[in-house]
Design a binder for this molecule. Structure first.
Ligand SMILES: NC(=O)c1ccc[n+]([C@@H]2O[C@H](COP(=O)([O-])OP(=O)(O)OC[C@H]3O[C@@H](n4cnc5c(N)ncnc54)[C@H](O)[C@@H]3O)[C@@H](O)[C@H]2O)c1
Length: 373
């Protein structure tokens, strides 16, 4: 028997869909045949003063609007009636958030509140909401204590860092060995950005449970790759490094160069978002998304230098400079992502850095001021 009754394509709303991760997510959703709506205010800090939405073939509606504007959210939710909501719009600078406390709370917390209210008002039937959360909620990464138990050291003392003692210390003695951080580690956010992102998780967990929505919370490690904003100085050490290297500047490597991060390639992150949208079995507890491999800042700087044709022995200096509140070690335990979503990263940091450098060189040749969406 043949049937002509095809199910209509899923409808997806992406807040922050013009950004680094969002613009690639939109393309991935369109490639899956979805109908997509985007709400983004094209924040000048990210996109520059004259930004426009990207030209993307497919069934996508771009709306310039702010998540702080309850009416804008109400309108786009009413119009799109989404099956899937991806909530990406956010202010994202850890350091900047300490100077702009009200703005960060307004965008990240109140923006989420307006989104929830708009979804409730529209009485959507069983939507799924996917939140782009962050590993920043953990603060310092997990360590083993002297007895071999999991422990999370508190923020490092400024006096210790000033004296060149960078290794985290546990109240009961030295931390022995850093390990990948599992989701069971209690959050200890060290910035307003991290606190406001944690608040998003709590709000969505509470409201999704009450409204019968399904929820996926993906806590990303450091996301990088082609398309990341090279003009926004507040996000992403790799953006700052590559921009500096390409204009012939030298890199100031903080602490003793041994700060460790887990760099996850943007296409792997987008795949995790799509898999979270499609997963049949899901719970509302956070899921780490990272590679599980730690790379020191010194190591990644060396890779970038080589990829941009600079000599690592002359273009980088380890200076002992430090930033209060910085974490020493951040690597994801990705067991839950593997088990629940069947997700694992595909792009190695070497491949990813090469792709980032190639894109940044081309982008600079085209538009010296930096990247658009
Ligand atoms: N990039 C990372 O390393 C990383 C790591 C962890 C979590 N995240 C999360 O992923 C999401 C996307 O991050 P990204 O790296 O693509 O950042 P991005 O800055 O490139 O994208 C964010 C987008 O949101 C838009 N936006 C900002 N404020 C807005 C507002 N008030 N109203 C409407 N739109 C607004 C911006 O114009 C931008 O297009 C964020 O929620 C961020 O917290 C990113």
């Amino acid at each position: 028997m043949t049937t002509t009754d095809e199910a209509p394509p899923p409808r997806a709303l992406v807040t922050g869909g013009a950004g680094f991760i969002g613009s690639r997510l939109v393309r991935a959703l369109l490639a899956k045949g979805m109908r997509v709506w985007v709400l983004d205010n094209l924040l000048p800090q990210v996109h520059g003063p004259d930004a426009r939405f990207p030209e993307v073939p497919g069934d996508v509606t771009w709306r310039r609007g702010d998540v702080r504007d309850a009416a804008a959210l109400r309108d786009i939710v009413r119009e799109s009636r989404p099956d899937l909501v991806f909530h990406l719009a956010a202010d994202t600078g850890t350091g900047q958030s300490l100077d702009l406390v009200a703005r960060y709370c307004d965008v990240n917390v109140m923006g989420t509140a307006h989104l929830i209210e708009a979804m409730r008002e529209a009485a959507l039937t069983a939507p799924r909401i996917v939140l782009t959360a962050t590993r920043a909620v953990y603060g310092e990464g997990a360590y083993l204590d002297a007895a071999g138990g999991l422990a999370v050291p508190p923020a490092r003392a400024i006096e210790d860092m000033a004296a060149g003692r960078f290794a985290p210390v546990l109240p009961e003695g030295p931390a022995t060995r850093p390990i990948p951080t599992p989701e069971t580690c209690p959050p200890r956010p060290a910035s307003i950005y991290a606190s406001s992102k944690l608040m998003q998780e709590h709000m969505l967990q509470q409201c999704a449970a009450a409204a019968g929505w399904s929820l996926a919370i993906l806590r990303f490690q450091n996301v990088y790759g082609p398309g990341q904003s090279l003009r926004n100085p507040y996000t992403g050490v790799l953006s700052v490094f590559i921009e500096t290297l390409l204009r012939g500047g030298d890199l100031n490597i903080y602490e003793d160069g041994e700060i460790v991060r887990d760099f996850v390639f943007v296409d792997d992150v987008v795949r995790s978002l799509v898999m979270a949208a499609e997963a049949e079995r899901l719970d509302d507890a956070p899921i780490n998304i990272g590679t599980g491999r730690g790379v020191s800042i010194q190591e990644v700087a060396r890779m970038l230098a080589r990829e941009t044709g600079r000599d690592p022995s002359t273009c980088m200096r380890v200076t002992g400079t430090f930033r209060p509140g910085d974490v020493r070690h951040a690597v994801a335990d990705t067991a839950r992502a593997r088990a629940l979503l069947g997700w694992s990263p595909r792009v190695s940091v070497e491949e990813g850095i090469a792709a980032l450098a190639a894109w940044a060189r081309a982008d600079r040749a085209e538009a010296p001021a930096g990247a658009g969406p």
